[in-house]
Design a protein around this ligand. Structure first.
Ligand SMILES: *[C@@H]1O[C@H](CO)[C@@H](O)[C@H](O)[C@H]1NC(C)=O
Ligand SMILES: *[C@@H]1O[C@H](CO)[C@@H](O)[C@H](O)[C@H]1NC(C)=O
Ligand SMILES: *[C@@H]1O[C@H](CO)[C@@H](O)[C@H](O)[C@H]1NC(C)=O
Ligand SMILES: *[C@@H]1O[C@H](CO)[C@@H](O)[C@H](O)[C@H]1NC(C)=O
Ligand SMILES: *[C@@H]1O[C@H](CO)[C@@H](O)[C@H](O)[C@H]1NC(C)=O
Length: 439
């Protein structure tokens, strides 16, 4: 009964409250995940059409491929693309007194960082930069600290001058399309809690970025790394959230627009009717969340997945919230595409933007076949909205794309309207079909 009441009040609350929404059951905390194109996002561009937004999101997915690189350890060149990073923005507070930071919520990287004052080379940022001098809890990490030495192996590199003594531990963190360099520090990170009272997490390791380039937008302060590595927000909150977080992504649509949510701790546990769970596979680097895809079925046809560049069996696909479309190795994509095409009788058309190869003119005869993504121990049945997206009023396209180099990424269109829970202790990812607008 209590649960019913709280769900009802949550629903009513969610209609009116735009930012942090306290969840009334269990412990933990939650925050809004704001899709960059939603009207509540500072990135929202009201002169773009729905189809322009989709085209841009697909372009970003392709750019992001250079980012999802399990062996990115060196700066590749001096030229960094402007491909924006990530699709969801999150709002946390840093420092004392707390300063609000809008960062890209990124399950594909670890470090939490923002641009810092003074800055040797910062990208243009609309809001004032974080000034460590105005925070009483900011403490640079010393070169002598064990963290500085330990992090050398985990983030792309920490650097100290020879005979460094007590000087500040410097870091470099590389993204496919860019990088951030600066000082490592410990600082208080504040998040909203269930009770509505913010919870402060002192001594969280953050990067104070003083040379940042490529793929960053003037409206974002930096990146909130939610990956599996030791410096990510998820790993650092560790025991206080019992290694658990989850999110429920609201389908991209025109109106009405609801924001999505991310949960940490007890209220992140995905349970109840219809939950399926698959093992989270550990590989080096531990940043990426790797699952095992065994097959995808289309009605009665089962297409076996024989692996990707990440592996032939266990841990062969990355689940990522910052990639929009699902990317699959070409050999597999082609089989999947032809299986789907053979089930659909209406006329195929070309995607006017030439991004997708499988598009149809929608009419009353159009019926999406039953597509089931078979992860190890977990079959996830996609809703038509996960597998086809309307790129214009009349044309719908299949939301998967092939990769030439064999990488496999499970993108956010396939995750919409599923409550997806990550348990980094039990090492599972769970899926539950859910109307995320009601969550
Ligand atoms: C961030 O969250 C706080 C409350 O938790 C809210 O007051 C503020 O408006 C939010 N800012 C943005 C830009 O979303
Ligand atoms: C908003 O979208 C329009 C139409 O695509 C584009 O011309 C303009 O540059 C965009 N504005 C920003 C700030 O990105
Ligand atoms: C990944 O990064 C490595 C090393 O930085 C580079 O050699 C390789 O070409 C990159 N792979 C892709 C597919 O971008
Ligand atoms: C920023 O880092 C890049 C890459 O290492 C380097 O080439 C550049 O000189 C640095 N800029 C400044 C102002 O330190
Ligand atoms: C990090 O590792 C590199 C290469 O292994 C080493 O040259 C460097 O001194 C290390 N940095 C620190 C701060 O220990």
């Amino acid at each position: 009964m209590v649960a019913c009441v709280s769900y009802l009040s949550l629903f009513i609350l969610s209609l009116f409250i735009v930012y942090f929404v306290p969840v009334q059951s269990g412990g933990g905390f939650s925050a809004q995940l704001i899709h960059r194109d939603s009207p509540t996002s500072p990135f929202h561009n009201s002169s773009e059409t729905h189809s322009q937004r989709l085209t841009n999101a697909f372009r970003r997915s392709i750019n992001r491929l250079s980012y999802i690189n399990t062996s990115r350890h060196e700066l590749q060149s001096d030229v960094y693309s402007d491909g924006d990073i990530g699709e969801y923005i999150m709002n946390i507070s840093i420092g004392t007194p707390p300063m609000e930071i809008l960062g890209i919520a990124d399950t594909g990287s670890d470090l939490i960082w923002m641009q810092c004052k003074p800055c040797a080379h910062c990208y243009k940022q609309d809001a004032p930069l974080f000034d460590p001098k105005s925070s009483s809890t900011y403490e640079p990490l010393s070169c002598l600290s064990t963290e500085c030495k330990a992090l050398n192996a985990t983030i792309n590199g920490t650097f100290c001058p020879p005979k460094a003594g007590d000087s500040t531990c410097l870091y470099t963190y590389i993204y496919g399309s860019g990088f951030t360099k600066g000082d490592l520090a410990t600082e208080t990170v504040t998040l909203a809690s269930v009770s509505g009272k913010p919870i402060a997490f002192p001594k969280t390791i953050i990067g104070c970025g003083r040379n940042n380039s490529g793929g960053f937008d003037k409206r974002e302060f930096g990146i909130i790394g939610l990956g599996g590595g030791v410096v990510s927000l998820v790993s650092q909150l560790g025991p206080s959230i019992d290694g658990k977080f989850s999110y429920c992504l609201v389908p991209i649509s025109d109106v009405p627009y609801y924001s999505s949510k991310i949960y940490f701790g007890a209220n992140a546990i995905v349970s109840g009717y219809g939950v399926v769970s698959t093992p989270l596979v550990k590989k080096n680097p531990d940043t990426f969340y790797l699952l095992t895809l065994q097959a995808i079925s289309v009605d009665d046809v089962i297409i076996e997945f024989k692996g990707s560049s990440f592996g032939t069996t266990e841990g062969n696909i990355i689940i990522d919230s910052g990639t929009t479309v699902t990317m699959l190795p070409k050999y597999f994509y082609l089989e999947l595409e032809s299986a789907i095409a053979s089930k659909i009788q209406v006329k195929r058309v070309h995607d006017p933007d030439k991004v997708f190869s499988l598009c149809y003119k929608f009419n009353s005869n159009f019926k999406v076949p039953k597509i089931v993504v078979r992860f190890a121990f977990a079959s996830v049945k996609l809703d038509p909205l996960n597998s086809f997206i309307m790129i214009t009023k009349h044309v719908g396209c299949f939301t998967f794309l092939p990769t030439d180099d064999g990488r496999a990424i499970y993108g956010n269109l396939n995750q919409m309207n599923f409550w997806i829970g990550y348990d980094t202790v039990k090492r599972t990812v769970s899926f539950k079909p859910t109307d995320c607008t009601m969550h």
